[in-house]
Each structure stands twice: as C-alpha cells, then as structure tokens.
Design a protein around this ligand. Structure first.
Ligand SMILES: C[S@@+](CC[C@H](N)C(=O)[O-])C[C@H]1O[C@@H](n2cnc3c(N)ncnc32)[C@H](O)[C@@H]1O
Length: 311
C-alpha cells in the first residue's frame, strides 16, 4: 500500500472513532457503526418503519406483500432450476430477491425484460420472455453459458444503457442499486424512465432507507464519495462487493432518498410504490435462516421500490 493510501486509511479510522466518541458525548448523528452490532441495536437506532416512510413521502404508496411458499417453489422450479448453485437454503435472500421482482413485475416480465446490473444470478435466461436483456459492466462467459444464446447481453454502465427509448416492459435490479457509486443511482433512475414503455415497470429490490444517510466502503483508497465526511464510513471488516469499481454501499435516509431518487422522477408519468415483503408471514430475510450466517443489518426488512409508467 502506498504512503498516501496508508495516510488515507488512518484518516478514515480517526474519522470513524471521532464519530463514535461524538455519539457517546451525545453530539453525533450516528450511534456507532450500523453495519456491526446486533439486529436489535440496528432496529432501535436506524430502522425506519414503513408507516413513517408512507407519511413522510406523499408521492410514494407504501404497502405490504405476503408471498406464498407454493408460488415461490413453483418459481424456483420453472425459472431457477439451478438455484442450489446460489445456496442450499430454500429461503435464501438471493432466491427471494429474484422471486420478489418476478412477482411484482407480473406478466410484463414475459414481454421485454431487462435484468439491470444482473451479475451472476439472473432468471433472464430461463424466463423465455419475448426479449430478455442482461446488463452489467462485464458479463462472465459462465453466466452467458447458463443464460443461453437467446438473451441479449448488454455490457455497459447503467448510467447510459444502450437500449431505445420506450422499449421495455419490465426492468428488475437485485441487490445492486445500493452499490451504484457517485451519481450512478440518480442516472439509473433517469435511464429506467427513458427506456420503459407505458405500463412498463421497474422493480429495485432491496431498497435501504435508514435514519442516517451513509456511504460506506472497505477500501482504503476509495475516493468516489458523493457525500460529506460525517456520512462516510470506512469499515475494513464490511463484506461489501465490488472489484474494479471499488467496494461501496449507500444507505438512504428519507431526505436523501427524496433528493437523490424521488426528485428525479417524473410523477406526471410514473407512479412510485414501496413494498415491504414477508414470506408466509415470516420476515425476509428470515433471521432464523440466517442464525448462523449473519447478513448485514441493513437487509432487514426487504423492501422493493417500484416505478410504473402510467402516461
Ligand atoms: C452486488 S452485485 C449484484 C449482482 C446481481 N444483481 C445479483 O443479484 O447477484 C452489484 C452489481 O452491480 C454492478 N454495478 C455497479 N455499478 C454499476 C454501474 N455503474 N453500471 C453497471 N453495473 C454496475 C456490478 O458490476 C455488480 O455486478
């Protein structure tokens, strides 16, 4: 590591410790590190209930959706027959993310469908939609092999997607939106509105809204922040994804969700919904399933953000 990178790493450590000390003195905004600690700690200090979001964001309709196990199993059988490659547990969060978007897209998914920032796990190949696109910066040959020759592979940034205006019925993105760096979250919201047809729908799952706006990384050299220092968290222990693009995650609070996402939506032509999901009444992810393999506290509960083109 270069001297400059070491200094930056130390500076970020000092920043993190100062924040925790300020909190202990009752001056800070954040109470420790929301990424660490117990789920109960997270829920007490960072969790924002759906009802509060509903009251605070008049342009967003909030609702609950209870998914059924029979439908989930049928989805896995028909569209993810290779799902054990993801992980053994049936109610694994990745499988559920895919099922959540599939359920919320409805029949639109069988028309023209895009999995945005699709990475390695996608139902684009098995869906047999009239037109399926799988998009990411780079798509591995193994993924192309699994999804097959009928999928159109779009290797691009999602800040500028090479698909025509008004050309898609359905877009989903799974566990990716929170990793879009710089202005990519805002740019993607604009791009999705551009490429959706009337009655077309975007589903982002999960969507994280907490008490504090936060950008975090486990990369000492990280420089692509889009927030002031008090909202930055350097956590070398965080298991954040990212290779060439860097390891990064963004958590909104209500104000920043309004500023970065909702203010970019043309509400004269789009309707926005936030859907909190359970499976047969159990939380998603289910803390029982994750009892031995902790997932980030931010994952609770799973909520999907939907934009539907009405005009
Ligand atoms: C955590 S992975 C999720 C991948 C996949 N959707 C899944 O569920 O496994 C995040 C993905 O976002 C992609 N990504 C991040 N920023 C991007 C950008 N600006 N343009 C395109 N893809 C981006 C990464 O390449 C990565 O594949």
């Amino acid at each position: 590591m270069s001297t400059k990178a070491k200094i930056e790493e130390m500076r970020l450590y000092v920043n993190k410790i100062s924040k925790i000390l300020a909190d202990l003195e009752g001056q800070g905004q954040m109470v420790g590190n929301p990424y660490e600690g117990t789920l109960e700690f997270y829920q007490e200090h960072f969790f924002v209930p759906l009802e509060e979001i509903d009251n605070a964001l008049p342009n967003v309709t909030c609702r609950h959706l209870d998914l059924k196990m029979d439908d989930f199993e049928a989805f896995l059988r028909d569209y993810l027959p290779w799902h054990e490659k993801i992980a053994k547990p049936l109610a694994h969060k990745k499988k559920l993310e895919l099922f959540i978007s599939f359920s919320l897209l409805g029949d639109r998914a069988f028309e023209s469908y895009l999995d945005a920032a699709g990475g390695g796990f996608s139902y684009a190949g098995t869906l047999k939609a009239k037109q399926s696109h799988l998009q990411d910066m780079e798509i591995r040959d193994a993924v192309k092999k699994r999804c097959g020759p009928d999928v159109n592979y779009v290797e691009s940034s999602l800040t500028s997607i090479p698909l025509e205006d008004n050309s898609l019925d359905a877009i989903s993105s799974h566990h990716a939106f929170e990793h879009f760096q710089g202005s990519a979250d805002m740019d993607f919201i604009r791009e999705a509105q551009r490429i959706l047809k009337t009655d077309g729908r975007l589903v982002l799952v999960p969507l994280f809204i907490a008490r504090d706006y936060l950008e975090m990384t486990n990369l000492a050299e990280f420089s692509n922040w889009s927030t002031e220092e008090k909202n930055r968290l350097f956590d070398p222990t965080a298991s954040l994804p990212g290779k060439k693009s860097g390891h990064f995650a963004r958590i909104y609070n209500l104000a920043m969700f309004q500023e970065r996402v909702l203010s970019k939506i043309d509400f004269s032509n789009f309707a926005a919904e936030l859907v909190e999901v359970t499976l047969e009444g159990r939380p998603v992810p289910d803390p029982v399933v994750y009892a031995t393999h902790k997932v980030s506290n931010f994952n609770y509960p799973y909520r999907a953000f939907m934009l539907t083109k009405t005009g």
